[in-house]
Ligand binder design. Structure first.
Ligand code: ADP
Ligand code: MG
Length: 681
């Protein structure tokens, strides 16, 4: 029986050799090829004339051969054939490699159709190795040919031929799985039509219909799968119910501050989860400085009181150590053993720590990625917390969870992202939001200042330092190279020394080893260093409440999210804090960004604006997120479609809260399948 999951080897025209090439493209089955969408299309639009051509245009035009072919051999043994073609607006060269036989077909004065990409040859525009039709050239306006990504040994022509075969033969075999009623309401074409027209569109209009359906489909299946995962976790993963609350209230009242209402509300949500046997899977989103750490610590405490272990994973060593110090200082007095596990631990102390984790003597383990290495074994892990989750993939989170018997999972993120995106990035999690800053925080005063007025900013820094406060100076990322960044930081320090002779200046950059970084951070915390000059390594989580002023150089180069994160290093105490955004030059977008930063400190508003302003992929550092690897959809470009999908999913959930999808068996089985090979995130 024919099956879409059959190997591509079955397809006529694909032998073992081509199969191996397709495997290199990650295409194994017929279904893979059906979903191997063109990366572009050549649109045969006869209205395009030679004078309209620009570099990189992919076009198909009818032209007249204007010169004879000239062929020559290069010393490397290549044959280059060249001829000129023209229309009534101009002429352009055609260059062909290693197909000298073509010169027999090219006849002066003939009309031919040239299809391909316009490139820049030696100075002028030309076609290099285009497709050429000599006889019976098609004259239709708007004939659309797909362009596929190729790999060595598989040419465009190869793939085109195979795809033609695949689509003709199999596209109609794919069973529709989006229910008719939903398709009708969402105006989605059927799957066969969509596959046919995404590969070989019969018109632009049909291409658009096909694309819309397939984008909708991709979001829809992912969103449903994530929701289903969430339901699955809720219903089947039995974790530990951590019921005992002894000592929690007195711990909370011993804190030097009162928890905000928002923190209390989220603690309630977390406690409710922890007290049930269903494993918690919760994301806490809270703006920088909203006080997520203490919430995490209280959750850890609850876990220990119930005789279980807790783990706390942070993305960087600096952050792990900072958390360790805070957690240890708060929990040690309660006779709780806290361990710190990072990559740099000496072998002997590491072995000892691992032993103590294994036998349960260490109750809370704080660490970096080192926590998810195989040799870390817990006695009874019941709660896993990851900080700044956007830096971790779902997979890493899962590995950590697997170290216990379905431990409760809490992820914390300071990147407030709009709900629409949160639903697709963290759709498998329940979401809690801390939407309130601790009392007494003053709004950080932010000003964009042109580079020429740098010294005025230095004066402001001096004023703060004279009051006993501390400052950050953030140097721009010059290059992707840490060595060059380090150099720019060093130069900056030299410059600052002249203006701040009285003050101690420290350096922090990615090229330093972690012992060096720690030492600097410790001295900064102890107010032995007054100005910390750094690259963006200080971006995540660092908490020194006495620093009240931050200067960010070349702020126009940073994205909103990064600026927001960096700015969050100040304003963490009760004093008025300041942020200066120094710019050299501004374009329209960077000007808008700087203005938004001046106007608001609310991370959610900033993230909404970020979504509007930035190009795809740059948003809030989630580029690394595996989830962005969509086949056709794009969470930034297609946000409207994503919203429609989410509304639709909500409707389905209303009717079918457990998402059994019994009403829609075909859809149900596609989702089940997807969950089995979940590689979307
Ligand atoms: P983030 O949410 O960015 O991780 P932190 O947890 O680092 O923020 O908290 C920022 C600072 O606010 C810390 O110095 C912390 O001790 C303090 N803090 C937390 N909660 C409160 C509160 N309710 N009142 C006053 N200060 C608080
Ligand atoms: Mg934090």
């Amino acid at each position: 029986m024919f099956n879409l999951k059959n190997s591509i080897g079955e397809i006529r025209g694909i032998g073992p050799k081509k199969t191996s090439k397709f495997i290199r493209l990650n295409k194994f089955t017929i279904a893979d090829l059906l979903y191997y969408f063109p990366r572009d299309y050549i649109i045969k639009d006869d209205s395009k004339k030679i004078k309209d051509l620009n570099e990189n245009d992919v076009v198909s035009i009818v032209v007249e051969v204007a010169t004879q072919c000239v062929s020559k051999r290069t010393y490397k043994g290549l044959t280059i054939t060249k001829f000129l073609v023209s229309d009534d607006t101009g002429s352009i060269w055609v260059t062909i490699f290693n197909r000298s036989y073509i010169s027999k077909q090219v006849k002066l004065g003939d009309d031919i159709r040239i299809s391909g990409k316009v490139t820049r040859g030696s100075g002028s525009l030309e076609f290099t190795n285009p497709n050429i039709e000599f006889n019976n050239i098609s004259r239709e306006v708007s004939l659309i040919t797909p362009v596929y990504s190729t790999t060595e040994g598989l040419t465009q022509a190869d793939i085109l031929k195979i795809q033609k075969e695949v689509i003709d033969k199999y596209s109609k075999e794919v069973k529709e799985f989006i229910p008719d009623d939903i398709r009708a309401e969402e105006k989605l074409c059927n799957i066969g039509f969509a596959l046919e027209n995404i590969h070989f569109p019969s018109s632009i209009k049909n291409l658009k219909l096909a694309r819309y359906r397939l984008i909708f489909e991709e979001f829809f299946l992912l969103q449903l799968s994530l929701m289903k995962m969430k339901k699955h976790t809720l219903n089947e993963f039995i974790g530990k119910a951590l019921i005992n609350n002894e000592g929690i209230d007195s711990f909370i009242s011993s804190l030097p501050f009162e928890l905000t209402e928002s923190q209390l509300k989220i603690l309630d949500e977390i406690f409710l989860d922890l007290e049930s046997t269903k494993s918690m899977n919760r994301l806490v989103q809270g703006d920088v400085g909203s006080g997520k750490t203490i919430v995490a610590i209280i959750a850890l405490l609850k876990c220990i009181i119930n005789n279980c272990q807790g783990a706390f994973m942070a993305p960087t060593e600096i952050l792990a150590e900072q958390h360790f110090n805070i957690i240890e200082s708060l929990l040690k007095p309660l006779d709780i053993n806290v361990g710190l596990l990072t990559g740099k631990l000496k072998k002997s102390s590491k072995e000892e720590l691992l032993q103590n984790i294994k036998n349960g003597d260490v109750q809370v383990v704080v660490g970096t990625h080192a926590l998810i290495q195989e040799n870390v074994v817990f006695k009874d892990l019941a709660l896993v917390i990851t900080d700044e989750q956007h830096r971790f993939g779902v997979r890493q989170r899962a590995i950590l969870s697997n170290k216990g018997d379905n431990p409760h999972v809490l992820v914390m993120s300071a990147t407030p992202i709009p709900r629409t995106l949160a639903l697709i990035l963290y759709g498998d999690l329940d979401i809690s939001i801390i939407d309130q800053l601790p009392k007494g925080r003053k709004k950080i005063k932010t000003k964009a200042v042109s580079m020429e007025n740098k010294y005025r900013v230095y004066d402001s820094i001096k004023k703060e330092l004279d009051l006993g406060r501390q400052a950050y100076v953030v140097c721009p990322l010059v290059e992707e190279s840490e060595a060059i960044d380090a150099q720019s930081v060093t130069e900056k320090v030299e410059e600052l020394k002249i203006y701040f002779p009285k003050y101690e200046i420290g350096i922090l950059h990615g090229k330093m080893n972690s012992a060096e970084k720690d030492e600097i951070m410790l001295r900064f915390k102890n107010n032995e260093i007054h100005i910390l000059v750094a690259t963006t390594v200080i971006e995540v989580g660092i908490d020194v409440p006495n620093s009240t002023i931050i200067l960010i150089e070349n702020a126009e180069r940073f994205g909103l999210a990064q600026l927001h994160q960096l700015r969050g290093r100040v304003g963490r105490g009760s004093e008025q804090s300041y942020c200066f955004l120094l710019y050299k030059s501004k374009n329209k977008i960077s000007e808008q960004r700087l203005k938004i930063m001046e106007e608001t400190t609310d991370g959610f508003i900033i993230s909404e604006k970020d979504l509007e302003l930035r190009g795809p992929g740059d948003f809030f550092g989630i580029r690394q997120h595996g989830i962005m690897e969509f086949k056709i959809a794009n969470v930034f470009k297609h946000i409207k479609i994503l919203k429609k999908v989410q509304n639709r999913v909500e409707l389905i959930l209303k009717e079918d809260p457990l998402l059994t999808l019994e009403k829609y068996p075909a859809l149900g089985s596609v989702i089940k399948d997807k969950l089995l090979n979940f590689d979307g995130i």
